[in-house]
Design a protein around this ligand. Sequence first.
Ligand code: NG1
Ligand code: ZN
Length: 533
Amino acid sequence: GLPLDTIKGFSDAHPKPSELHFQYGTAGFRTLGNTLDSVIFRVGILAGLRSKKLDGRTIGVMVTASHNPEQDNGVKLVDPRGEMLETSWEAHATVLANAPTTDALLEALEVLVASAKIDLSKPSRVVYARDTRPSAPALISALEDGFKALGVEARDGGVTTTPILHYLVKAINTKGTSESYGEDSEDGYYTKLSESFKKLIAGRTKPGPLVIDCANGVGAHAAAKLAAYLGETLPLILENTATSTPGTLNDSCGADYVKTLQKLPPNLVDTMKPGQRACSLDGDADRLMYYYLDERGLFHMLDGDKIAALVAAFIVELVKLAGLDSEVKVGVVQTAYANGASTKYLAERLPVKCVPTGVKHLHHAAEHYNIGVYFEANGHGTVIFSQETQEKLAKYEPSTPAQSTALNHLINLTQLINQTVGDALSDMLLVEVVLAHKSYSGVEWNSLYADLPNRLVKVVVGDRNSFKTEDAERRLVNPPGLQAKIDDLVQRYEGGRSFVRPSGTEDVVRVYAEAAVKAQADELAFRVAGLVY
Ligand code: NG1
Ligand code: ZN
């Protein structure tokens, strides 16, 4: 049975705040860092049980709150293939987090062990990491108490990015198999990325330096290490690297700042000269936002949709050049927040599917293609190659030198891309490869299509859970009658599109609107917000 006395001893030191309710949502648990002690302790136990359930395979635990303000923190579990936690276990996490007392926790654990048929004699293995937030050390010791309470074999991944933790989980679980994902160390990660990058840009014109806004987060450490592995091949200029200065994380910088405000982080204004290309990471380095200044010094943003367009078109072209277009089907997955112009551009070239917000939905839909490209407009995304496709590429015998070259590029892309989850640094190298192959500057990339003007607003409502959607969150079914009013407004705007959905991460309802001109997009968003309020 469970080591009830040991768990009790540790649990009494991590009491649940009685007034708070916690929910494992699309981003795991995420709230003020100083309220999460009991939650994180319990997640330590849950991760161990998840590992036992999966026969001792290694589970990941990441302590981060991504792009949220510095005082927030959070925790997410990673399944053995490096993917997000299986949905049914999100509910188990929520139940454990809300057990009011130690006795209630012990009871909830016994119920979980019985209902999920967990064999407690199995080993349990976990690898864990955290970003640079000041609240992390205390939360990590609560997590470690959770491991001790259950007797988990825990490996400390240190202070690192979310995508590196996902990489480690997959590398550990595939070690020594035919599907080995790479060495199970940070060195293995940087080596895998930098070697494949060097192969992919061999013989191309050396790119000019790239400015990286590291959001004063853990991406600053990772980008500095990556720069050392890349050497001369890609000069990086790192900005916003003050990871130990309190109050700086994600403050007036980072991918979310750039996407939301559609402007340069203020402290890059002097660094950026006309023609300069740059990108921003978020606080845990899984989102990426590109931009450049044109020759007049005007700012142009290249978001997740632009990355999807660039990358998907390139991969489709390589598959065709390799002579594999009848056998390998490439598809794209987006959410309702994708710019309508990107959807139009992509749908003219390949299949495009729209799914509800949240990486797990995008990832699962992308698995239905041989090669699935998915990006959220906010810059989170990746490309996944099915196991069958990777084997096909390995065995395929090209009949011309041109086919052989294209095939090698595809194989190297399978190594360059972190297929477990969106990874700002891997995605950044991917973008640099495509730009080098196409001889594109930011200008050519940006002109693949012109973004439709858009506006995103938040509305605080009495009960966001009363907002129910269908059709991949593009239409409301509740409150009754509201969708008809939105439809009525939308059809009065040229190129108009708007939708309303409850946020999965904040206690608000989000309103998105697009229209042919900016003032109209703003007006439509505010009028729809007026209906919701
Ligand atoms: P919510 O709060 O459900 O809109 C936000 C982002 C998502 C995704 C999640 C998880 C927007 C509009 N929404 O979700 O894209 O990144 O956080 O982190 O950007
Ligand atoms: Zn993030």
